[in-house]
Write a protein that binds this ligand. Structure first.
Ligand SMILES: Cc1cc2nc3c(=O)[nH]c(=O)nc-3n(C[C@H](O)[C@H](O)[C@H](O)COP(=O)(O)OP(=O)(O)OC[C@H]3O[C@@H](n4cnc5c(N)ncnc54)[C@H](O)[C@@H]3O)c2cc1C
Length: 418
């Protein structure tokens, strides 16, 4: 990138959403620039599974075989009420991909970034978007290139400073810059809290968890078990109010590091007790504990997915809980959808109305997903346990869109999109 250059699409953020958008745009023959304020690819593995629809998308990008090789196939979802198994669901989705794939987010990002590099597109790490201005035929982005500066004399200290300010002109901008999105803020778009936030105890442990994802519902909480490719497992236990006493939380200053961030640590006795109470059938498999932490997940939705020449996708536009891996997987689908529409506008003579439709459809989908509009409806034949928990199942099932309707159908629930 020179200090003043022009491209078709500027993708802000090299998380999974931004990388998919960039790769698809590049494969469609468009000029793309990708910037990220971090100094390297994420070392974290926050979201850790792909839905069937995401696998089909990776297949279109030529990456599914490699993803399947390094991931772990999960063929079914077991749904428990307390300790009792109530239902086993087969994942729904495009032909050839009717399974879930456990694959750490870091491995997915690595696959995508390598494929982009093969196409000659390198993510500009250490490049932070600082401002956006829309003009008649494009957008002018102000970008800060960051550099490490060592200061201090008695005690060495390193901090990131602005090394250079660049100006980048693009016909369109994709804001895939995550939950604190500057693109969203530059649009002046509110990021409303649409459902109460949830706190989860996240625990990595051993476990011969087989080839199934497990969902456990009790009267007040949801717990999800995801087997990992390395033979270990991750539990996410939703904590209800009495379990997370503020006193407990602040008594200990211990934190668990996940990637670049620190979260309050959950001690081993508490983690084992959660398994004993929520999933006694797993206790014998739990083995040695890895890290564990308490993580707060907000549930927010942008009041719009963009306008004109600036559009949002992924966590920049929505946040939800971790159990069903919905936010990242929907983000990948949005990135792909937005990339095809941008191609249509830039090369296919389509009108910008297609972008307005993207915004409207995606916001409506998330209003449903976050319980703001419609819901999952039982009928007379729905098992009582499922009918009583329909609203709590919605954010936990590992699917979105049409595939969610099919999966919920196996439980006797119909989708009402309001
Ligand atoms: C601790 C934790 C645990 C999680 N666990 C789960 C889970 O179990 N299941 C699940 O589904 N999801 C989980 N998530 C959420 C999941 O990580 C996100 O849904 C996913 O990362 C969203 O991808 P994204 O590409 O939209 O955004 P991100 O991955 O957040 O990527 C955004 C990128 O934009 C960059 N950026 C931000 N601002 C700027 C700027 N101004 N200029 C340039 N670059 C910028 C950032 O550096 C980042 O690389 C978890 C998240 C956290 C934090």
């Amino acid at each position: 990138m020179s200090s003043d250059s022009r491209t078709d699409v500027l993708v802000v953020g090299a998380g999974p959403t931004g990388l998919v958008a960039a790769l698809q745009l590049s494969q469609a023959g468009l000029a793309v620039e990708v910037i990220d304020e971090e100094w390297r690819p994420a070392g974290h593995s926050y979201a850790l599974a792909l839905h069937p629809r995401s696998l089909a998308l990776l297949d279109r990008l030529g990456l599914a075989a490699e993803a399947v090789r390094v991931g772990r196939r999960l063929e079914a979802v077991d749904v428990y009420e307390g300790a009792r198994l109530e239902a086993t669901l087969r994942p729904e989705g495009p032909e050839g991909f009717r399974f879930l794939l456990a694959l750490p987010q870091s491995a997915l990002e690595d696959l995508l970034a390598r494929r982009l590099a093969d196409r000659g597109i390198r993510v500009r790490w250490n490049h932070r978007l600082a401002g956006l201005e829309e003009g008649g035929d494009g957008v002018v982005a102000k970008v800060h290139r960051l550099e490490k500066e060592s200061t201090g004399y008695a005690v060495a200290h390193t901090e990131w400073v602005i090394d250079k300010e660049l100006v980048l002109r693009a016909a369109f901008v994709v804001g895939a810059d995550g939950h604190r999105s500057l693109v969203r803020r530059a649009l002046g778009t509110p990021f409303e809290e649409v459902a109460r936030s949830q706190v989860f105890a996240v625990v990595e442990c051993g476990g011969a968890a087989g080839d199934k994802m497990r969902l456990v519902l009790d009267e007040a909480t949801v717990s999800a078990l995801w087997p990992l490719p390395d033979g270990r497992s991750r539990w996410s236990f939703e904590l209800d109010a009495p379990e997370v006493s503020a006193e407990d939380r602040f008594k200990s200053r211990l934190t668990t590091r996940m990637g670049e961030r620190h979260f309050p640590h959950l001690d081993e006795a508490r983690a084992r007790e959660l398994v004993r109470r929520r999933a006694p059938w797993f206790e014998k498999d739990m083995g040695e504990l890895g890290w564990s932490a308490e993580v707060r997940f907000e549930r927010r939705l942008a009041s719009s997915f963009g306008r004109g020449r600036v559009w949002l996708a992924g966590d920049a536009a929505h946040l939800t809980g971790p159990a069903g891996m919905q936010s990242m997987n929907a983000g990948l689908d949005e990135a792909s959808d937005l990339a095809s529409r941008l191609r249509g506008v830039l090369r296919g003579g389509e009108s910008a109305a297609t972008l307005e439709s993207y915004g409207g459809e995606r916001r409506a989908a998330w209003e449903f997903q976050l319980g703001r509009r419609g819901g999952l409806r039982p009928d007379g034949r729905t098992p009582p346990f499922v009918a009583a928990n329909a609203a709590r199942l919605l954010p936990c099932l590992p699917a979105t869109g049409e595939d969610l309707a099919a999966l919920a159908g196996h439980l006797g629930l119909a989708v009402d999109r309001g």
